[in-house]
Design a protein around this ligand. Structure first.
Ligand code: PLP
Length: 488
């Protein structure tokens, strides 16, 4: 058998002819070949006690510490060190505007470890082929990789089988797929689709479109002042008319982690289907779709350290049986004639055309990378980092964090008195700190707080308390400089 072990190949890309290590272009930040930082060492998270809770910041410095205590080089049992992730992510070692990059825009997209970058490069260097239809060795190898990606996603989500996983471009496409393929066949006049007010636009608008077409209703589920989904209102809104409940496992703007499992169980009592948007959850918490009980679960690879343009949709076999083709083309058929066309079995029926094969390879590598860390320890670290950030941000005069849900991921949306969010992001950018400003594709959630726009810092496992300090120091300088310094 001459077929190489492609998964091993992707894990050891140095064996691939070295097109992967092209010299940096003018636009590429220079990095040493080792991938080690070209810029000064990053500030370290203070050593965490065994409980996983960092000591409260005694005093938040107004400038980043010049001398940074060394990071543990070996992992301590049960304690996650962000440096173990940082060292793999080359882009985190570039500079922006002359400053070491502080990437706090993980809610928009996450940065990619070299394992992902090299896997994609290795795929194109050694294994590129179209899949499924080819009769040659390379097609078989690429198909093996693609299906290995499906298996990895199924395992990552706790799904019962790879056949429950459909590849899509991302969460947005997944929701549209369900709205079109399931919704068009099952929704009609008088039916309700329950949509919490904190949802991302991509979990609102596809439902509005299909509701308009089928004359169903999109019913908003209100929020409490804390930014939780109002569970009493939710229970009251459920009825025999409810066909679909959608809910994010974590909000991209408020960070809220709703009780999805309980909400799902309640929806099922009314015979409704439940779609869970996992876009913001997958990088921050272990996911188990079977424990959640979700009928559909969607996520985007690029928020999980994988490339853009690839994501996955899980559906239970029961939900799959109720889905109709939503796009026609190659790969999704069994046979075609002008008299009668028949379709491939699920999940292929939902994957018309050539898929994003290199994206799947990258997603496979990202899942492998993430699973290399202790997921519980990562979650505990992020929780500790978030509580550190909440305390530190509270010391910035005029800063207000939006939302105060009891359970939340490491996302902090805020306003700063006297400064519009765009100018806050602009100011921070000059210090090399990337945060997002705007409506965060969640206008109803912001409107709940009387806002049209806000700034957002969103963290991932590779962020450090030193970076939080830099954020806070920069915001304090902005406040000290006063309004006149805006955008300076
Ligand atoms: N849902 C949530 C909660 C999100 O945060 C996002 C993106 O920010 C999306 C859906 C849409 O994801 P994508 O643009 O990758 O399709």
């Amino acid at each position: 058998m001459t077929t190489p072990d492609l998964r091993a190949l992707l894990r050891a890309p140095e064996q691939v002819p070295s097109t992967a290590s092209a010299p940096p272009t003018a636009a590429t930040p220079t990095m040493p070949a080792s991938g080690a930082p070209a810029t000064p060492a990053m500030p370290a998270m203070p050593a965490m006690p065994a409980s996983g809770v960092p000591a409260a910041p005694a005093e938040v410095p107004t400038t980043p510490p010049a001398e940074v205590p060394g990071l543990p080089t070996t992992a301590q049992p049960g304690v996650f060190s962000p440096e173990s992730a940082r060292k793999d992510v080359p882009i985190l070692h570039r500079t922006v505007n002359g400053q070491p990059l502080v990437w706090l825009d993980n809610g928009a997209t996450t940065q990619k470890p070299r394992q992902v970058i090299e896997a994609v490069s290795a795929y194109y260097s050694a294994a590129n082929s179209n899949i499924h239809r080819g009769a040659h060795t390379m097609a078989r190898e690429a198909t093996e990789l693609y299906e290995a990606g499906r298996t990895a996603v199924a395992q990552f989500l706790g799904a019962p089988s790879p056949d429950t996983i459909m590849f899509v471009r991302g969460t947005t496409e997944a929701v549209n797929l369900v709205a079109q393929s399931w919704g068009r066949a099952h929704l009609g006049p008088g039916d309700d689709i329950l949509v919490p007010v904190l949802e991302h636009h991509s979990n609102i608008v596809p439902w509005q479109l299909i509701a308009e077409e089928t004359r169903a209703r999109v019913v908003p589920v209100p929020l409490t002042p804390d930014g939780e989904i109002d569970q009493d209102a939710y229970a009251d809104l459920l009825s025999a008319r409810t066909q679909m409940v959608v809910v994010s496992q974590a909000s991209n703007v408020l960070g809220t982690v709703p009780p999805v499992r309980e909400m799902t169980a309640l929806a099922h009592r009314y015979g409704a289907k439940v779609l869970v948007d996992g876009a913001q959850a997958v990088a921050h918490m272990p996911v188990d779709v079977q424990a959640l009980g979700a009928d559909f679960y969607a996520f985007s690879g690029h928020k999980l350290f994988a490339p853009t343009g690839i994501g996955a949709l899980y559906a239970t076999p029961g939900a799959m049986a109720e889905m109709r083709p939503w796009q026609g083309g190659g790969n999704m058929i069994e046979s075609v004639s002008f008299e009668r066309t028949t379709f491939a079995a699920m999940p292929h029926m939902m994957e018309a055309g050539t898929g994003h094969i290199s994206g799947v390879v990258g997603l496979l590598a990202a899942i492998d990378w993430l699973r290399g860390f202790d997921q519980q320890a990562v979650a505990a670290y992020e929780e500790a980092l978030m509580s550190y950030a909440m305390q530190a941000m509270a010391t910035v005069p005029g800063l207000e964090v939006i939302g105060s849900a009891a359970q939340r991921i490491a996302v902090m949306t805020f306003t700063l008195a006297g400064h519009d969010p765009a100018s806050v992001a602009d100011w921070l950018d000059k210090d090399g700190i990337a945060v997002r400003a705007g409506h965060h594709c969640a206008q109803p959630a912001l409107a709940h707080y009387g806002l049209e726009s806000a700034a957002r810092a969103s963290f991932a496992l590779y962020n450090t308390s030193g970076e939080v300090d830099q954020l806070v120091a920069s915001l304090r300088r902005l406040q000290q400089a006063g309004q006149g310094a805006e955008g300076a």
